[in-house]
Design a protein around this ligand. Structure first.
Ligand code: NAG
Ligand code: NAG
Ligand code: NAG
Ligand code: NAG
Ligand code: NAG
Ligand code: NAG
Ligand code: NAG
Ligand code: NAG
Ligand code: NAG
Length: 454
């Protein structure tokens, strides 16, 4: 009996011993899995003009292959970084075998086909960056098994289908970016459970339905980009209570008409970018808006706003202010009083107030605006008086538009000294200004006609 007991132990340990010997070293077993998975990854690369993959050969340990980083202790792949290397191909399902992988960066290549659902086997995965490829297919629901996922960046790709609601069960995501894809459906209500989320970017897709109320639970949220979709219904009031928000973009959605809450500038004190153009806004610009004194970009154009523009107090950082195509002002002499408060905005570049009901005179103090000003637009209002000669101070002005008013007198000849001025009275077509990687600001306008008349 005792002998049998001994032998069974012997066999048990001996088999482990010899098994390990058979694979040269016990610790290398996992290593070998990684090497094979990388070779499978390589096998799916169909075009590699920079010959990146030629270094993935047996002359070197795979931990030295280009783009591969291994952990020191286990010699297992912890990061795969092949950004901007003109690679074409698809992501092998064997990626799911790199079980120590924490980061996958394939930004700006030409990867196509879907994200393999085997990705769900990567329980250590923290960063998944696949933007600017042609990744298609649906977001695999198995992504919800990547319990350590912190950042999911798949924008400017070709994702289809809906966002799986299972993703809302993850506990760590801080950033979820799926802008510029072909996604449909809505943002799952389960996203209200992503209690660490700081940025949710889903602009330029085909999302529809209502924005879920549950997003109002995301108290850590700083950036919300849902613009240029087909969201409808009412904007959940709870969104306007997310006091950490620095960027709020709900623009370009066919919402049911609604107004901005009057306390907006107090409930969102950290706001820097407000993108609410073409959002069916009615009512007035919240009088509290100036309390959000960090605002840099205010885009309220293409709405049905009425009333007066509040006087800004200390919007020192304001760069862009656009309210064109609204019903602001009442043709009265004080309509443009808010302009005086912009003279301290030393970074002001764009001031667009055309197609409203602004009356009064263009104040001489526009000459006191920051010389950073490039675009000023007041066309199609009810303004009277002359174009102030102070305009000549604005040496970087590229566009000044004021037709469609009751302006009298001549254009001051000094304006001819503005060397950058390209469009004075004519109307320009459209352009897109890349303010940062997420925001493209549109100023579509009437068809271009007149040019520099001087
Ligand atoms: C294998 O990789 C090494 C190191 O990058 C490289 O110098 C060598 O040319 C590669 N061999 C082949 C056959 O591509
Ligand atoms: C690697 O992944 C593939 C596909 O998911 C699977 O069939 C295979 O068994 C895995 N190999 C190892 C060694 O884990
Ligand atoms: C996207 O990828 C292409 C090449 O595939 C590159 O030329 C372009 O600069 C990338 N764009 C961004 C924003 O990274
Ligand atoms: C996806 O997850 C399900 C369980 O949620 C599992 O049964 C399935 O094997 C997973 N698929 C892959 C490819 O890992
Ligand atoms: C959010 O989490 C709670 C608690 O885990 C759960 O009861 C609830 O169903 C979740 N909400 C959604 C919309 O998934
Ligand atoms: C917003 O916050 C205020 C003050 O904390 C609270 O009274 C109000 O009910 C909240 N509104 C929503 C829609 O959550
Ligand atoms: C908002 O700004 C106004 C004008 O500067 C100021 O009187 C008021 O106290 C501010 N409110 C809050 C809550 O900061
Ligand atoms: C501009 O700043 C100066 C100095 O800080 C201040 O005295 C003045 O009131 C400010 N003007 C406006 C319109 O806020
Ligand atoms: C505008 O600037 C001129 C000269 O630079 C100055 O005399 C005038 O007081 C300023 N006006 C305002 C309203 O700040």
């Amino acid at each position: 009996m005792q002998l049998g007991y001994f032998w069974s132990f012997f066999y048990f340990y001996a088999s482990i011993f010899f098994l390990c010997l058979g694979l040269t070293d016990c610790a290398l077993a996992g290593n070998e899995t990684d090497r094979l998975a990388l070779l499978e990854f390589k096998a799916r690369i169909t075009h590699d003009p920079l010959r990146v993959m030629s270094s993935w050969n047996d002359s070197m340990n795979f931990c030295q292959w280009q783009g591969v980083t291994c952990g020191l202790r286990h010699q297992r792949v912890t990061s795969l970084n092949l950004m901007s290397l003109q690679l074409e191909g698809s992501i092998s399902p064997h990626i799911g075998n790199l079980s120590f992988l924490r980061e996958l960066h394939l930004h700006s290549n030409s990867f196509s086909q879907e994200i393999p659902s085997e990705i769900g086997r990567l329980s250590r995965l923290q960063y998944l960056y696949l933007p600017n490829n042609s990744i298609g297919g649906a977001i695999p629901s198995n992504l919800s098994r990547c319990s350590n996922l912190i950042k999911f960046h798949v924008y400017n790709d070709q994702l289809i289908g809906e966002i799986p609601m299972e993703i809302g069960s993850l506990s760590k995501p801080k950033v979820f970016t799926v802008s510029c894809n072909n996604l449909i459906g809505t943002i799952p209500a389960s996203f209200g459970n992503l209690s660490s989320l700081e940025s949710l970017a889903a602009r330029e897709n085909y999302f529809s339905g209502s924005i879920p109320n549950a997003l109002g639970k995301l108290t850590t949220l700083r950036k919300l980009f849902l613009h240029i979709n087909t969201f409808s219904g009412t904007i959940p009031p709870s969104i306007y209570n997310l006091s950490s928000l620095t960027d709020l973009y709900l623009a370009g959605n066919p919402f049911y008409p609604g107004s901005l809450p009057s306390n907006l500038g107090i409930s969102l004190p950290n706001l820097r970018h407000l993108g609410m153009f073409q959002a069916q806004l009615i009512g007035s610009i919240p009088p509290s808006l100036p309390n959000a004194s960090n605002l840099e970009v205010i885009q309220l154009q293409l709405n049905s706003l009425i009333g007066q523009v509040p006087t800004f107090g200390n919007f020192l950082g304001l760069q862009l202010f656009s309210v064109k195509y609204n019903f602001l002002g009442n043709g009265g002499a004080t309509d443009l009083n808010f302009l005086s408060s912009l003279t301290n905005a030393t970074n002001l570049r764009v001031l667009v107030a055309g197609d409203n009901n602004f009356g009064g005179m263009l104040p001489e103090l526009i000459g006191n605006f920051s010389t950073t000003l490039e675009i000023m637009q007041f066309n199609d209002n009810h303004m009277v008086g002359n174009i102030p000669a102070g305009l000549q101070n604005l040496i970087n002005l590229i566009v000044f538009l004021a037709p469609g008013n009751h302006l009298s007198g001549n254009i001051p000849t000094v304006i001819g000294e503005l060397k950058n001025l390209q469009i004075l009275i004519g109307v320009y077509s459209s352009f897109c200004w890349e303010l940062n990687q997420f925001i493209c600001i549109f100023f579509s306008n009437k068809q271009s006609s007149g040019r520099h008349p001087l």
